[in-house]
Design a protein around this ligand. Structure first.
Ligand code: ATP
Ligand code: MG
Ligand code: MG
Ligand code: MG
Length: 564
């Protein structure tokens, strides 16, 4: 590719809106441009980087046995109503109507759509396990889009979904995906850590995140110096209580007059909000699995869940709850529940009573969550107060450190969270219908581009890891327009390198050498060759690796052996 014909709008000045170095350099280097808040156009150079990342991701997914599909971005509301997330996802879900006034959303993730596909197409355990993935645009109406590609509203994700007949099979695929993720981030040349994670709005039980370590990361990663223990501090952090303007709430519930908040109740009683919530929890056992609440208390339940460190709530109709519990409408509390509970013999129940009206449980809607499945596993209580140097809770020798991380991947064992709701069933070996288990596995493909820059830059610009670089080699032809012999030599070298399978960017522009060098450094190609009248006369090339501090004058043979 010749720079003279390439669309490369670089900027001299650092754009004022860009705080992070990655955002600054990606704008300055002509990789991306902003359209509106959280919306970016990929320019030719940026798109080449994105495609490189996608390429590595695809190769490792295929190697791990996943098959590529492509699902629609626009998703019908009905599916989200079935899963319960239409109500619960909150304003990050961009909802829209078609000309017939039917509700849709732009997919922030695809569990519902893939579950719908699976329930229609998979009949037998013989078709399992199955692992399908896509590389697709996602839309999340982030409350604070920022840092360019890092927290965009529209972004590219690789998401994979696996289906299984039993837990062993799910665990095996989860491990394969985990390993594939390690391969991907290793091949991309990133310094990363796999950590125990919160399951967030996706839900599920086991979950790991992959973090690129960088000072600008939004997450705090607690890690051990000796063993491989690492966790996202988010896991242990008590989330702040919601106020009635909290975006997590469905719009119609925000600031609804008449709902008394936990804070109000706490003020009335003179105790902390956390104590209020705890006092509302009537334990039927010390390890509850089900949390129930009347629909008009959604606000309080979400608050409760925040206190309890969970934001994955599912809405069940009164009917469903009655069916689950086998109790009559409007029962009064745990003492009225039949024992043992008819749901599953060994499940335990936690009842959150309606305190805003003083009445006991009853009504049209219930929220319930499965304690074991939907809440993060209990953590070492000290994780949230960890100080650097604390003893590791998992090994005798190590001490804890904290580093900042950028979440670039997240794998979950979902179990039956979606398959149950959406009825993804197959016939098992015994010929009986059985709900399948699912796993899901996300990678922030576009976020990786920004995260890589956070780890790989210097005062002159980006230093791309070799696998992600938009071109492998840059050739600077000095005064090419004035010297046909220099240009011819540069072109011959380009042809030779391309014949070896390398991607070459030839700067043949009519620019001052200083400008050419600055551009080459800014866009961060791993290798740079310079040819001028002077070097041509010596029959030598000036070579410099992007991270080198000095130039090397080498022969063409040496160039060809260095650049493989
Ligand atoms: P975060 O904690 O950063 O908001 P998340 O936990 O909400 O991310 P997941 O639902 O786990 O994200 O999605 C899978 C991956 O998609 C994330 O690990 C991340 O790399 C990427 N991702 C999520 N949100 C964004 C975004 N707004 N912009 C770019 N990439 C994103
Ligand atoms: Mg998020
Ligand atoms: Mg997260
Ligand atoms: Mg996540």
């Amino acid at each position: 590719m010749r720079a003279s014909q390439f669309f490369l709008p670089t900027l001299k000045e650092t754009p004022a809106e860009a705080e992070l170095i990655s955002h600054q350099l990606l704008l300055r280097g002509g990789f991306i441009r902003r359209l509106a808040s959280g919306l970016y156009t990929w320019l030719p150079l940026g798109l080449r980087v994105l495609r490189k990342v996608e390429g590595v991701v695809r190769e490792e997914m295929e190697r791990a046995g996943a098959q590529e599909v492509l699902m629609p971005v626009v998703q019908p509301a009905e599916l989200w109503q079935e899963s319960g997330r239409w109500e619960l996802y909150g304003p990050e879900l961009l909802r829209l109507k078609d000309r017939h006034q039917r509700d849709f959303c732009l997919g922030p993730t695809h569990e519902e759509v893939i579950s719908d596909l699976a329930r229609r197409e998979i009949r037998s355990y013989r078709q399992l396990p199955l692992n399908l993935y896509q590389v697709q645009t996602k839309f999340r109406d982030e409350i604070r889009p920022r840092f360019g590609l890092m927290r965009a509203r529209e972004f590219i994700m690789k998401d994979a979904y696996s289906f299984h007949i039993d837990q062993d099979s799910l665990r095996a695929t989860y491990q394969e995906m985990y390993d594939a993720y390690r391969n991907i981030f290793t091949r991309l040349g990133l310094e990363f850590r796999a950590v125990d994670a919160d399951t967030g709005a996706i839900g599920g039980k086991a979950s790991h995140e992959f973090h690129v370590l960088a000072d600008s990361g939004e997450d705090a990663i607690v890690h051990c110096s000796a063993c491989d223990y690492a966790a996202n501090q988010e896991l242990a952090r008590s989330r702040p209580l919601l106020d009635s303007s909290d975006p997590l709430l469905p719009a119609e519930q925000r600031a609804t007059p008449g709902i008394r908040t936990v804070e109000d109740q706490a003020k009335v009683l003179g105790i902390s909000p956390a104590q209020v919530v705890k006092s509302l929890l009537v334990f039927a056992d010390d390890k509850p699995t089900l949390l129930l609440l009347r629909g008009d208390d959604e606000l309080n339940l979400i608050k409760a869940a925040r206190v309890l460190d969970a934001d994955t709530l599912r809405l069940a109709s009164a009917e469903e709850t009655r069916e689950l519990l086998g109790v009559p409408f409007g029962f009064l509390g745990p003492k009225d529940l039949p024992a043992p509970l008819p749901i599953v013999a060994d499940q335990r129940v936690l009842v959150l009573r309606n305190f805003s009206t003083g009445a006991n449980i009853g009504g049209q809607h219930w929220l319930h969550l499965n304690w074991e499945r939907d809440l993060p596993r209990p953590q070492a209580a000290d994780l949230r107060n960890v100080q650097v140097g604390d003893a590791c809770p998992h090994c005798a020798t190590g001490s804890l450190g904290i580093r900042r991380g950028i979440e670039v991947g997240h794998v979950f064992q979902l179990g039956t969270r979606y398959s149950e709701k959406l009825g993804v069933r197959v016939l098992n070996e015994a010929g009986k219908e059985q709900v399948v288990l699912m796993g899901c596995y996300g990678i922030g493909v576009s976020r990786i581009v920004a995260a890589a820059v956070e780890q790989n830059f210097d005062e002159r610009g980006i230093c791309w890891p070799a696998t992600m670089a938009p071109f492998d080699v840059g050739i600077v032809a000095i005064q090419a327009k004035k010297s046909p012999t220099v240009l011819a030599a540069a072109e011959a070298m380009m042809a030779r390198l391309e014949a070896k399978g390398l991607q070459v960017f030839l700067d043949d522009r009519d620019e001052r050498p200083g400008v050419q060098f600055a551009t080459m450094d800014l866009i961060g190609l791993p290798h740079r060759l310079v040819i001028s009248e002077k070097t041509l006369a010596q029959n030598l090339w000036e070579y410099r690796g992007r991270r080198d501090s000095e130039n090397h004058l080498i022969s063409e043979a040496e160039v060809l052996s260095i650049l493989q």
